[in-house]
Design a protein around this ligand. Structure first.
Ligand code: GLA
Length: 345
C-alpha cells in the first residue's frame, strides 16, 4: 500500500495567460489531496472519496469511456486512468481511498491536486516511471477530456513542481519552471469570496477561443507573441498581454522584497482581470478593497475567477489586522509548499 499527496495552488500573478503560452507565478499550498492506493490483481481501479458519494470503478487499461463513468466525480479519475494507459502505464488494478482539504470550486485547483495525486499513485503502484512535466501534461489532458474545459497547464504543473518556500515562475510555452524564493516575512492570505463555481459553468472556454482568434487575426500562434507596448485593441486580449508582462515584474519584486512594486502590480492585475477580462464579481472586488484597506500589500483575484478566492500578500506584523478586517469569510494563511510526494508510513 502506498500514500501520495498532491497540493492545491494559489496563483500570485498571470491569470488567463497559460492558455496563450504565457508566464504564470503560482505556489503550491498546504491544502492537499491524499490518495492511498493498494494494488489489486483484477485489472480494475476502484475508488472511494471522502468528499463525494458513491464508488467509482473503471478498467485499469483505460477501455471504459471516461465520459460515461458514474458517479460523475469519477470521470476525471476515468480520464486519468485512460490517458496513463495511452502513455504506456501497465494495467495494474488498484483500490484507491481519496480525501482532500482543497475546497472545490474555489480557484485553488482542487481537481489538479486530485488528478496529480491519483496519477502519481497509479504510476507508483505499477512501477511506471513518468517525467514530471509529462505527468502534468497527462493530468491536463485528463481534465480537458473529462470536463470539456480547455484549461491550461498551470494548475497541474504547480501541483507537480511546487517547492517549499518558493513560488514558481513557469513559462507555459517552454514549460520551464524557475523557483523564486518567497520573502520570509510575508504570508499569502487566501480568502474565499463565498461564491463557488465549476469552470464548465463559466465563459472560460469562450474567452480562450476569443483570445486564440485575436492571435490568429494578428497572424500569431498565441497572444504570447504580442508586443506588450502595443496591446491589441480588444479588452480580453489586452488583459492577457498586459498580465503576461506583469509576471516577471512580480517575480523580480518578490525576489527583491520590493513591496511597492508588488502593491502596484497586484493592483494593476486585479483591475485588468475586473475591467478587461471581466472575470471578477462584486464579492471579489469588495474583498480586494477590504484587504488592501486593512493593510495587505496587495490583493487580487486568483485562478479563473467568476467566484472562488482572492489572494493577498501581507507582512506578518499586519496579518492579525488583515484577518480581523475580513472576519466571517473563510481564510487560509499559507506559505509556498512542496509539490506531489509519497507520504512515508
Ligand atoms: C484555471 C485553469 C488554468 C488557468 C487559470 C486562470 O485554473 O485551469 O489553466 O487558465 O484558470 O489563470
Amino acid at each position: 500500500m502506498i500514500t501520495v499527496r498532491a497540493p492545491g495552488r494559489v496563483n500570485l500573478m498571470g491569470d488567463h495567460t497559460d492558455h496563450q503560452d504565457g508566464l504564470v507565478l503560482p505556489a503550491a499550498i498546504d491544502r492537499e489531496c491524499v490518495v492511498t492506493a493498494t494494488p489489486t490483481s483484477d485489472g480494475r481501479v476502484v475508488a472511494r472519496s471522502q468528499g463525494f458519494a458513491g464508488l467509482v470503478e473503471v478498467a485499469a487499461d483505460g477501455r471504459d469511456d471516461p465520459r460515461s463513468v458514474k458517479p460523475a466525480w469519477g470521470r476525471i479519475l476515468g480520464s486519468v486512468v485512460d490517458i496513463l494507459a495511452q502513455r504506456g502505464r501497465p494495467p495494474v488494478g488498484a483500490e484507491l481511498e481519496i480525501r482532500s482539504s482543497v475546497p472545490p470550486g474555489s480557484g485553488l485547483s482542487s481537481s489538479a491536486a486530485f488528478e496529480v495525486a491519483v496519477a502519481t499513485a497509479l504510476c507508483e503502484i505499477a512501477a511506471f516511471v513518468i517525467d514530471p512535466v509529462e505527468l502534468a501534461r497527462a493530468c491536463q489532458e485528463a481534465e480537458q477530456a473529462a470536463t470539456g474545459v480547455p484549461c491550461g497547464i498551470m494548475d497541474q504543473l504547480a501541483a507537480v513542481a511546487g517547492e517549499d518556500e518558493h513560488v514558481l515562475l513557469i513559462d507555459c510555452r517552454s514549460l520551464s519552471v524557475l523557483p523564486v524564493p518567497f520573502p520570509t516575512d510575508l504570508v499569502m492570505v487566501v480568502v474565499h469570496s463565498g461564491v463557488t463555481r465549476r469552470l464548465t459553468d463559466t465563459p472560460y472556454a469562450i474567452r480562450r477561443r476569443h483570445c486564440q482568434a485575436v492571435a490568429a487575426d494578428l497572424g500569431l500562434a498565441s497572444l504570447r507573441d504580442t508586443d506588450p507596448e502595443q496591446p491589441p485593441d480588444d479588452r480580453f486580449a489586452r488583459h492577457v498581454v498586459t498580465e503576461n508582462a506583469r509576471v516577471p515584474v512580480a517575480a523580480l519584486a518578490l525576489a527583491a522584497g520590493d513591496l511597492d512594486t508588488l502593491a502596484e502590480v497586484f493592483d494593476a492585475s486585479h483591475a485588468s482581470l475586473r475591467d478587461d477580462y471581466a472575470c471578477s464579481t462584486p464579492e471579489i472586488d469588495a474583498l480586494v478593497e477590504r484587504l488592501v484597506g486593512a493593510g495587505a500589500i496587495g490583493a487580487r483575484l486568483t485562478g479563473a475567477g467568476w467566484g472562488g478566492c482572492v489572494v493577498a500578500l501581507a507582512e506578518r506584523p499586519h496579518l492579525d489586522q488583515v484577518i480581523a478586517e475580513i472576519g466571517g469569510s473563510e481564510v487560509f494563511v499559507c506559505r509556498p509548499g512542496a509539490g506531489v510526494s509519497r507520504v512515508e508510513p
